[in-house]
Design a protein around this ligand. Structure first.
Ligand SMILES: [Zn+2]
Length: 308
């Protein structure tokens, strides 16, 4: 580190010396000339580059213990994935993607696609951010709806959401970047629980319906909101994806009566059949009896037809 600091200081001195030589004609100058913005920027870039070079050598010198472990695990998991997934697995989506849903979830590590789709590859256009929001991912959502033409836009909130907790409290001491992403969560202060989690999901659905009004009215797009409950706070089963909003309808009985909420006939998802090596288990059919408003959204059709 000392070498780098020395190099940084030297670089700045050399540059500053150059500036002085050009600006100060005699040794009797009483005051240093003010540095221009361009000169300050030059020095800033040099220092930044030196620090970057130093950071790049850190792993050689000492290693990052916690990062090393996870990198090893990730590489091992990836090798295992490659061994069990041959060319046939990648063929359906190798050259193009035709996802059936644009899905916005919270970035929370406890929320993942395997809870709702046994084979999400090529099927779910995933967008993740804190608080499963439209405002902080509008371009990505628009890409899913307008360019990939997914017939479903699904917002998934979840129980015990840290973003909701933060947005319901005083977050003025957070960084500007984090504050920006909490400002767009419209919930009352002091209410960090399930009611605010639902309120946020409903608010996202409302915003999306306003943005994609034409697609919704023409029937090309369904906008849905759900709460993934890995704590069973909603008392409908641990891990349940509870659908709470369909195109603005939030009445549970009306949602339950929708055609899309009826149990799909039992059949094996087509992709699972051509992926015998995939280790993920298919979801069971033992769902939706106690809660008709919780369905398996992503059961594959017998034959998938690309949307374009
Ligand atoms: Zn969250």
């Amino acid at each position: 580190m000392r070498d780098f600091i020395r190099q940084a200081v030297l670089s700045v001195c050399v540059l500053w010396g150059g500036v002085m030589a050009a600006a100060v004609p005699s040794a009797f100058a009483a005051e240093l000339p003010p540095m221009s913005d361009a000169e300050k920027e030059k020095i800033r870039l040099i220092v930044k580059e030196v620090i970057r070079e130093y950071a790049a050598t850190l792993n050689e010198k000492q290693g990052h213990g916690a990062a090393n472990d996870i990198v090893r695990d990730i590489r091992q998991a990836n090798s295992s994935f490659m061994r069990t997934h041959g060319p046939a697995y990648f063929k359906p989506f190798r050259d193009s993607q035709h996802p059936r849903a644009t899905v916005i979830t919270c970035s929370d590590s406890r929320v993942h696609t395997h809870a709702l789709d046994a084979s999400p590859d090529g099927d779910l256009f995933m967008i993740r951010n804190i608080g499963n929001q439209m405002a902080t991912a509008e371009g990505s959502i628009e890409y899913g709806v307008h360019h990939l033409h997914t017939p479903l836009l699904l917002f998934i909130g979840h129980t015990a959401c840290g973003a909701i907790k933060a947005a319901a409290s005083d977050y003025s001491k957070e960084s500007a970047a984090i504050r920006r992403e909490l400002d767009t969560i419209q919930i009352p202060k002091g209410e960090p629980g399930l009611s605010s989690i639902k309120l946020n999901v409903n608010s996202q659905v409302r915003q999306a319906m306003s943005k994609f009004e034409n697609e919704v009215i023409s029937g090309r797009l369904t906008v849905m909101g759900a709460v993934y409950d890995f704590r069973n706070e909603m008392a409908r089963g641990q891990g349940r994806l509870n659908i709470i909003n369909v195109n603005g309808e939030t009445d549970a009985a009306k949602i339950a009566a929708l055609e899309m909420m009826k149990e799909a006939p039992a059949r094996k998802p087509v992709r699972a059949m051509r992926r015998p090596a995939a280790k993920k288990a298919q979801p069971t059919e033992a769902e939706s009896e106690e809660n008709p408003a919780a369905i398996k959204l992503f059961q594959k059709p017998a034959k998938q037809t690309p949307s374009h």
